[in-house]
Ligand binder design. Structure first.
Ligand code: ADP
Ligand code: MG
Length: 240
């Protein structure tokens, strides 16, 4: 589903991604861990072209992101992204946040879009919140709306960038539950997370990044129980 080959990304003189090679199969859940500043967010942002790629290649379901003929709107609808800080539209209701994309980008009519929003809100456990504004929601509820909004575009892949890092601890569980349901339904997912429990339970594979490189990757048990790279060992000794 995703193939990343020798991906480099620089901001001016600062090289943030230094040759990333990775593959994600359909229905696979890949968790990305690593210290702050190691390039995890930049990596995700390159995968849906929120950042231009400096060199290398990213192919998603057969389409190269560096192809000049790439339709960026289509790509973004196929690659859903959920951010740490939700990024909901504050002046739109929950329902409008969800229906906007399908109406604008997928030419869905209002009635269909409303129906879809109702289904998705049920899925994330927020059926009663369709007509409220984001400001009246808890962080966990906002994040579940953000997930519903991304799903409304019927993405082939979902990217999560520390989706629970901004949440009060008691709100983390509900968001992780929604993500687990998605994983069980067979969604292809890349999840940058500090939730090692989630990575261990739901990850088919775990990637450890440091200083713009993939230092180690393996099954959760390989990475968590028997890390080979000293940097992985040091990182895990701090977070586990
Ligand atoms: P992580 O998500 O692992 O914490 P990031 O991908 O956010 O890491 O950042 C990696 C490095 O890239 C950091 O040094 C950060 O300051 C830098 N960086 C990220 N985005 C930009 C940007 N738009 N302009 C300049 N530097 C950036
Ligand atoms: Mg980040």
């Amino acid at each position: 589903m995703i193939k990343v080959t020798d991906l480099h990304k620089s901001f001016g003189d600062l090289e943030v991604l230094k040759g990333i090679n990775a593959e994600v199969q359909e229905k696979e859940v890949v968790c990305v861990i690593g210290p702050s500043g190691s390039g995890k967010s930049t990596f995700l942002r390159c995968i849906n072209r929120l950042e231009d790629i400096t060199s290398g290649e990213v192919v998603i379901d057969g389409e190269s992101l560096t192809d000049p003929k790439l339709n960026i709107n289509k790509l973004r609808s196929q690659v859903g992204m959920v951010f740490q800080h939700f990024n909901l539209f504050p002046h739109k209701t929950v329902r409008e946040n969800i229906t906007l994309g399908p109406i604008k980008v997928k030419d869905m009519n209002q009635e269909e879009a409303n129906k879809l929003a109702t289904q998705l809100l049920e899925k994330v456990g927020l059926s009663d919140k369709a007509d409220v504004y984001p400001a009246s929601l808890s962080g966990g509820q906002k994040q579940r709306v953000a997930i519903a909004r991304a799903l409304a575009m019927s993405p082939k892949v979902m990217l999560f960038d520390e989706p629970t890092s901004a949440l009060d601890p008691e709100l983390v569980g509900d968001v992780l539950e929604v993500m687990k349901d998605l994983a069980k339904e067979g969604m292809t997912m890349i999840v940058v997370t500090h939730e090692m429990g989630f990575a261990r339970e739901m990850g088919d594979r775990v990637i450890f990044m440091d200083e713009g490189k993939i230092m180690e990757e393996g099954t959760p048990s390989e990475i968590f129980d028997n890390p080979q790279n000293p940097r992985t060992q040091t990182f895990l000794s701090k977070v586990l």
